[in-house]
Design a protein around this ligand. Structure first.
Ligand SMILES: NC(=O)c1ccc[n+]([C@@H]2O[C@H](COP(=O)([O-])OP(=O)(O)OC[C@H]3O[C@@H](n4cnc5c(N)ncnc54)[C@H](OP(=O)(O)O)[C@@H]3O)[C@@H](O)[C@H]2O)c1
Length: 222
């Protein structure tokens, strides 16, 4: 049995789908698993990461798990150590490899350190920005046809969460091969936010603007 935490999320759901397609027995964990239509046969366990009773139920009979970072992940990890689960694939962040220290980098580094200090085997996915981050722009596009961001020309290499789901499922199904792997994963193309918005506009068949949000830009320097 493979446990997928964050199973209703962008990546977790993709992990579940891929594992089921590969014929694996899957249990999905999140606070509200009922909000997603999971493939037939997926077991659902509802619970917060910090809910030790629910975590114990979710981890029963589990050999490997997919772990996401949310509030309560540190508590959940203690339950993993008390369980029979032997291999963990942790959705970390590419920010752990940045030379400058960031809050996001620090929290993922702490979780990686706790996992790698344990007797369990592990694989870390270290992705850059997700394509699904663009969903945050939906209200602005609907309301005024405009995306407002601090730096429209800032570049990233956005990755499709479904590709991360495929990568995680592959690592979960072959723990021996992928033990200790920690790939930095990006999408296929360097894009500025302005270019991403242009792609969305073309897909939507309407003009969508991308303009600097000066207040947000100023707040970044406060
Ligand atoms: N976005 C990026 O660009 C980026 C880049 C690098 C790494 N990452 C990593 O990827 C993570 C986001 O992945 P994602 O997009 O798949 O996340 P997401 O779509 O926001 O999903 C989060 C999942 O966690 C569950 N969850 C949230 N709080 C919980 C709690 N307290 N207890 C139990 N479950 C909880 C949610 O389900 P319920 O609401 O049902 O509980 C949901 O299934 C980030 O946190 C970060 O660690 C993100």
């Amino acid at each position: 049995m493979i446990l997928v935490t964050g199973a209703t999320g962008n990546v977790g759901y993709a992990v579940v789908e891929r594992l089921v397609a590969e014929g694996q027995a899957v249990r999905a964990y999140s606070r509200h698993p009922e909000k997603k239509a999971f493939p037939a046969g997926v077991e659902l366990v509802a619970g917060d990461m910090a809910d030790t009773a629910a975590a114990t139920r979710a981890l029963r009979g589990v050999s490997s798990l997919f772990l996401v970072h949310t509030e309560g992940t540190a508590t959940f990890w203690k339950q993993v150590l008390a369980s029979e689960a032997q291999h963990v694939v942790f959705l970390s962040s590419g920010t752990v490899e940045l030379p400058l220290e960031t809050h996001i980098g620090r929290i993922h580094t702490e979780t990686e350190a706790a996992i790698s200090a344990s007797p369990r085997t592990w694989s870390f996915l270290r992705p850059g920005a997700f394509m699904s981050n663009a969903l945050r722009w939906a209200p602005g596009i609907r309301a005024e046809g405009i995306v407002r961001v601090p730096f429209p020309d800032a570049q990233s290499v956005p990755v499709d969460p479904r590709d991360l789901g495929d990568a995680a499922a592959t690592m979960l199904m072959d723990p021996v091969r992928y033990a200790g792997a920690r790939p930095f994963i990006t999408g296929p193309e360097v894009l500025s936010t302005r270019q991403q918005v242009a792609i969305l506009g073309a897909a939507l068949g309407r003009a969508v603007g991308c303009i600097p949000n000066l207040w947000r830009r100023m707040l970044r320097y406060c």
